[in-house]
Design a protein around this ligand. Sequence first.
Ligand code: MG
Length: 256
Amino acid sequence: MKSLRTPLLCLAVGAAAALALRDRAGAQQVVEYKSGIVWPEPVVVTPGTDNGPPSDAVVLFDGKDLSKWNNGDRWVIKDGYAVAAKTGITTKDSFGDCQLHLEFASPEEARGKGQGRGNSGVYIMGRYEVQILDSFQNETYFDGQCGSLYKQHPPLVNACRKPGEWQTYDIIFESPRFEDKKLVRPGYVTVLHNGIVVQNHFELKGGTYYDRPAAYTPHGPKAPLNLQFHGDPVKFRNIWIRELKEMNPVSVPEKK
Ligand code: MG
C-alpha cells in the first residue's frame, strides 16, 4: 500500500497543475513567457531610400567630395562618383564594429585579366580586405576574386555584374577583440554583394596580405577604413557607415 501512495500523490498534483492551465470554460490557456530582462528602448532610425543612408549613418561620400578621406583629393570626382587614382584613400575618422554600404563599378572597358582587371578593395580597419575585382568572366584564384576575404575565403557565389554596371557591397563587421595584446575573440565579416550573401559571418584569420599568411596584429577597437588603388580606375559612389553597438540590458533577473 505504501508503494502506491507516492504515484497516486504525483497523479493528483499533476492533475491540479493541468487544471491551472484551463479557464472556467475548460479551454486551455497559453501562459506568456517573459524573460524578466529589462531592455532599453531601441533608438528610432529612419531608413534611407534607394540604398541611401539611414538617419544615423555617417556619410563618407555623397558624390560631391571626399573631404572625409585622407588623399581624397588624389581621386577624380565627376558626375556624382569618384574614380580611384594615384593612391589609396583612408577615412579621417576611425571605426570598429560597423555596417558599411558602398557602391562600385569596374571600368567599362575590361582590360587586363586576373588580378589586373578592375582591382580595388575595402580594407576594413585598414587591415582586412574585402576584395573588389572585375570577376565577371575573369578567372583568378578563388580566394582573391570579387567578394573574397583576400587569401582567406572565396565568396560563397560569384555575384558580379558586368563591367561598368553599378554594384553594391553591404558589409557587417565585428572587430576582433584584444586584451593585453592577445586575441580574445576573432573578427567576423558578413558581406552582401548586390544583395546576395557572399560571406556569412566569416571568422577572420587575421590581416589579409599578398605575400604572407593571415595573422593578427593587436590593434585598438577602432581604426580608419581604406579604399585601395591598385592601378585600375574603379568608380565609387554612395558610401555610408553605421557604428554598431551591442545593446545592454538595464537589468537581468538573478538566477534562483
Ligand atoms: Mg584588391
